[in-house]
Design a protein around this ligand. Structure first.
Ligand code: GAF
Length: 391
């Protein structure tokens, strides 16, 4: 591995050292995949709608060496230092413990696609905060999928890898998620947000340069842990499916803002509000992508605020900590803010003028302290490249 790559990714040294120590030899290679922040377009992906996420400069890494037998030996620097031993021959949903469900799920999903996966020694490391709504699980899955794609010679396209990692997440991990997170992690590009049509996986890379607009993208990790395998996410997905069925469409993607009046008479009050969120959110994604392309990062700010209100009031997936993060940052000078990701905890993002950054950070910390919430973690993120081989 070159000195240059070692310099540019501090996690590389960590993961190779962990690998060497656990397995007593060198890895064949190290692959990385980033977490994501979603600029806008929440709970639209599984409704075949539109999203505008970006890959962030926090990532997972997988150091891997192939073995001839079917043994999977898995280590995570975030675990208790214990190597989890599984077999490629007997993998099945529900049988991989703790964090090992993510790499094992990807191996399983490759096998399901007819790819023979050899035995593997695999060490994981990540600096994507866990359970913070920044897609730490997909970062691991996408790093492992990118590695297996090369090591097995499978040669899947990015679009196929998206579906394979979604299958791992849905059927092996047990979280009924859509395709946004892995698309951002696999297909993101430095300096850009990824406009993705989740119906056909077509994409447009839209330049997203906060600094050029005098802004930073501040993340407020509320440290309220969430899991998409919990009931809330599945419940919202079901409400959307019910709405689509009652409205006689294949997916809520097919409902426009102009159709909402009619939908009001057909749906019960709660389902209507769930539907209204998705329909108006799709429109906000379109408007945001256009505004971003035409006028730069500051132009998306009003859509972030409207998106947060819709998630808080119509989709009901925010929580007091997320609302506090959004309100405090807006009051202290952020030009737009919203919760990001699946909700029920996790993180909010705020577009903050660089010169107000300290004031906003302080205001958020103070607001959390006043309300007796756990202190949030605050950091900035930048759009980064998607999954790739590091060394
Ligand atoms: C989670 C899921 F993984 C995504 O597929 C998406 O539905 C998101 O929540 C909500 O927009 O991150």
């Amino acid at each position: 591995m070159s000195a240059k790559t070692m310099d540019t990714d501090p996690g590389l040294e960590r993961v190779t050292a962990a690998f060497d120590e656990a397995f007593g030899s060198r890895a064949n290679g190290v692959w990385t995949a980033p977490g994501r922040a979603n600029l806008i377009g929440e709970h639209t992906d599984y409704n075949e709608g539109l999203v505008l996420p970006f890959a962030i400069d926090l990532a997972a890494r997988a150091a891997i060496r192939t073995r001839s037998a079917g043994a999977l030996r898995l280590l995570s620097t975030l675990g208790e230092g214990r190597v989890v031993e599984l077999s490629t021959h007997t993998l099945k949903p529900g049988h991989a413990p703790g964090w090992s469900v993510y790499p094992a799920g990807v191996v399983w999903a490759f096998q399901e696609r007819g790819i023979e996966v050899p035995g593997l020694d695999l060490a994981l490391d990540s600096d994507v905060p866990l359970g913070a709504g920044l897609s730490s699980s997909h970062a691991i899955e996408c790093a492992v999928a990118t590695a297996l794609n090369e090591l097995t010679g499978a040669g899947f396209s990015a679009e196929e890898l998206v579906l394979i990692t979604q299958r791992a997440e849905n059927a092996f991990v047990g979280a009924p998620t859509g395709i946004m997170d892995q698309s951002a992690s696999l297909r993101g590009r430095s300096g850009h947000a990824l406009f993705l049509d989740c119906r056909d996986q077509s994409t447009v890379l839209v330049p997203f340069d906060a600094a050029a607009a005098g802004l930073v993208t501040l993340v407020v990790d509320t440290r309220v842990a969430h899991s998409h395998a919990d009931g809330g996410y599945a419940d919202r997905r079901q409400a959307c499916e019910l709405g689509a069925q009652k409205l006689g469409v294949a997916a809520l993607r097919d409902v426009s803002v102009a159709d909402l009046d009619k939908a009001h008479h057909v749906l019960d009050e709660v389902t209507f509000r769930r539907v209204r969120h998705v329909v108006t959110e799709n429109q906000r994604v379109l408007d945001s992508a256009e505004a971003l392309a035409a006028s730069g990062a500051a132009a998306v700010a009003p859509f972030l605020d409207a998106s947060h209100a819709s998630m808080r009031d119509d989709f009901e997936i925010s929580c007091e900590e997320l609302d506090t993060a959004v309100e405090a940052s807006r009051d202290a000078g952020a030009i737009g803010a919203r919760m990001t990701g699946g909700g029920f905890g996790g993180s909010a993002i705020a577009l903050v003028p660089i010169h107000h950054q300290e004031r906003v950070r302080e205001a958020v910390l103070n607001a959390f302290a006043r309300r007796g919430f756990k202190a949030p973690r605050l950091f900035t993120v930048n759009p980064s490249d998607g999954a790739r081989r590091l060394a």
